[in-house]
Design a binder for this molecule. Structure first.
Ligand code: DUC
Ligand code: ZN
Ligand code: ZN
Ligand code: ZN
Length: 459
């Protein structure tokens, strides 16, 4: 099976040029001018379009038992939505709770994905408790090709680890060449503030943000950095949402702490007024860390443009309207999460590149290349080069449209970005050389997606 993509403008994190791309099997084998192909080759004309490397979402939840319910996706629904939006690889949080066996959890998560995904995937392995048995299991999981862990400083008693467990996890990660991703909010403060607000009769969704204020995230971020500094481990803050947390992370970077920063698309474009609309409309906008005061957005865009924010993910985590209503009597029972797996690339392109807030190469870097480099997928993923997997996005920058739940592939009955304008769209998306989206229509092959093996990395 061969594929020839002609006349497109190839854009990677560090180059831009017009050339043809020839794909044999799963791999890019030639890039050049006026390439010819043997009869029987599928030829796609990409005139007037950009050709980007397949985008990587470094932070999604697909299978997730959480807050008395389950996130709505399967790998079938999640990977289809991902591909429709140009994402060809995602990294799922494998997150058994601290009451479950870590290795059994890993096998459960792996089993949910196997044979069901249209696109490639891997996992960040959550460490939700730390003891000798768990440490031994984590060593096995790393040998199975997982080179990143996830810890939660919040969600005490469920996913959360205490400081001692964080320290032990970071020591093990340092030894094994594993990068540790972290949800940074002070668990104790969140718990105390939630109880105080509820006891004052403040039960609506508008109290979610005040229960986890910016300073609580800044403290978690600074503490994580301090623990990295004292263990020598490499860290990655997930879904950094606000200026005080950014300042804490930048402080650590300036001290030479190997700390990378992810922010997620909802925090660039949505603010806390969405969660103050009352009723279920507000509940749809509950995630953690919460949507913030709008003044934080400029700080995030500026830090992204300068490369201080390394990657942009989603924290994709769909709950439908009925599930959100589980929290009608108390904001603490609203399942946390906003789905965005399908819209991340188009939103970042539109409000970043098209509207003049983000250089197009930094866009590719933040939405693909940097995640590939940090998580051991580069140069197989994250670029367009001879020898790389043929995960390609032929992108039409002349498309104009609006996001709507009525036309989405995401498995949910609303879209948090309803009505947002979009200045571009994937026309063709390939997964290791096979077309999965053609003329904007889904033609993917279930089970084509594979678990990607990743080797230890010493930063
Ligand atoms: N935050 C969310 O909003 N959803 C899933 C987990 C998380 O940390
Ligand atoms: Zn329990
Ligand atoms: Zn989180
Ligand atoms: Zn998450």
């Amino acid at each position: 099976m061969a594929l020839l993509i002609k006349n497109g403008e190839i854009i990677t994190a560090d180059s831009r040029y017009k050339a043809d791309i020839y794909v044999e099997g799963e791999t890019i084998t030639r890039i050049g001018q006026s390439l010819e192909a043997p009869p029987g080759t599928e030829v796609i004309d990409a005139s007037g379009q950009y050709v980007f490397p397949g985008f990587i979402d470094p932070h999604v939840h697909i299978y997730l038992p959480f807050m008395a319910t389950f996130a709505k996706d399967t790998h079938e629904t999640g990977s289809k939505a991902a591909l429709m939006g140009g994402t060809t690889t995602y990294i799922e949080m494998c997150a058994p709770s601290r009451h479950e066996d870590t290795l059994e959890g890993y096998q459960l998560w792996k089993g949910k994905a196997e044979g069901n995904s249209y696109c490639d995937y891997t996992f960040h392995m959550a460490v939700t408790r730390f003891d000798d048995k768990t440490a031994a299991q984590l060593r096995e999981i790393v040998k199975d090709g997982i080179n990143s862990f996830k810890i939660f400083l919040s969600y005490k008693g469920f996913f959360g680890v205490d400081d001692g467990e964080m320290y032990q996890t970071l020591r093990l990660a340092k030894e094994l060449g594993v990068i540790v991703t972290a949800h940074c909010e002070n668990a104790e403060l969140v718990g105390q503030l939630q109880q105080k607000l509820l006891s004052e009769g403040k039960t609506g969704p508008e109290w979610h943000e005040p229960s986890r204020p910016e300073s609580v995230e800044a403290e978690g971020t600074a503490r994580f950095a301090t623990f990295l500094e004292n263990t020598g481990a490499t860290g990655y803050v997930v879904h950094l949402s606000c200026k005080p947390a950014l300042d804490a992370a930048m402080d650590a970077k300036a001290r030479g702490v190997p700390l990378f920063i992810e922010s997620v698309i909802p925090h660039f474009l949505l603010d806390k007024t969405y969660a103050e609309r009352g009723g279920v409309e507000a509940m749809k906008y509950i995630m953690s860390p919460p949507l913030r005061d709008k003044r934080n957005q400029k700080a995030l865009w500026d830090a992204l443009a300068m490369g201080f924010i390394d990657t942009v993910g989603t924290d994709h985590c769909p709950f439908d309207t009925a599930q959100k209503l589980l929290g009608k009597d108390a904001f603490t029972a609203i399942p946390n999460g906003i789905p965005a797996i399908e819209d991340r690339v188009n939103l970042l392109y539109t409000y970043g590149v098209s509207r003049g807030n983000l250089d197009i190469h930094r866009f590719v870097d933040a939405a693909s290349t940097k995640s590939a480099k940090l998580f051991g997928l580069f140069p197989r993923k994250g670029t367009i080069a001879v020898g790389s997997d043929a995960d390609l996005v032929i992108y039409d920058p002349s498309y104009r449209g609006k996001i709507s739940a009525a036309t989405q592939s995401v498995n949910n009955d609303y879209n948090g970005f309803e009505g947002f304008e979009i200045d571009g769209k994937p026309r063709v998306v390939t997964v290791r050389g096979k077309v999965a989206v053609r003329d904007g229509q889904f033609v993917g092959e279930k089970g084509r997606g594979k678990l990607l093996r990743r080797e230890p990395m010493y930063f």
